[in-house]
Write a new protein. Structure first.
Length: 147
């Protein structure tokens, strides 16, 4: 994993949103380095019930949509994800999700995790958040293939 920027990378903004007792939503905004400047935007509703798990899941699902061997910059407002992936923070919970994220990272040539402050006007982070919020509480439409 790298923390520097690389020019031919996919750029991914990933976010999760949870309301107590409801399904979580994830929002992802991706830029393909080989395509136009128009982002690919999508979201899913998951049965996950914690914000931390939703944030990890957003990164997993985004990486799963990108071809193996790619360079990727994941930009998130989750210090939990960034700190765990770049600063070796202890993984006390969500072990299955961390393992799934590691497997997706291994498929890539390089992955950088970068933090952006949430709700501070970053256009694409705000868009990912908007998608995630819109998806939470809806009928679950995606289950991560982890136990």
């Amino acid at each position: 994993m790298l923390t520097k920027k690389f020019p031919e990378a996919w750029i991914v903004y990933a976010d999760g949103a949870v309301s107590p007792g409801r399904a979580s939503g994830i929002g992802i905004v991706m830029f393909d380095p080989a395509a136009s400047e128009k982002p690919l935007c999508f979201g899913n509703t998951l049965s996950i019930r914690t914000n931390q798990a939703a944030e990890i899941s957003a990164a997993i699902i985004a990486l799963a949509k990108i071809a193996a061997g790619s360079e990727v910059r994941i930009i998130t407002d989750s210090m939990y994800v960034v700190g765990t992936m770049t600063l070796n923070w202890k993984r006390k919970f969500n072990h299955n999700l961390w393992a799934a994220l590691e497997e997706q990272v291994k498929r890539m040539k390089q992955v950088a995790f970068e933090h952006v402050r949430g709700h501070q006007g970053n256009r694409w982070n705000e868009e990912a958040d908007k998608i995630a919020v819109a998806r939470k509480g809806l009928k679950v439409d995606y289950e991560l293939p982890v136990s």
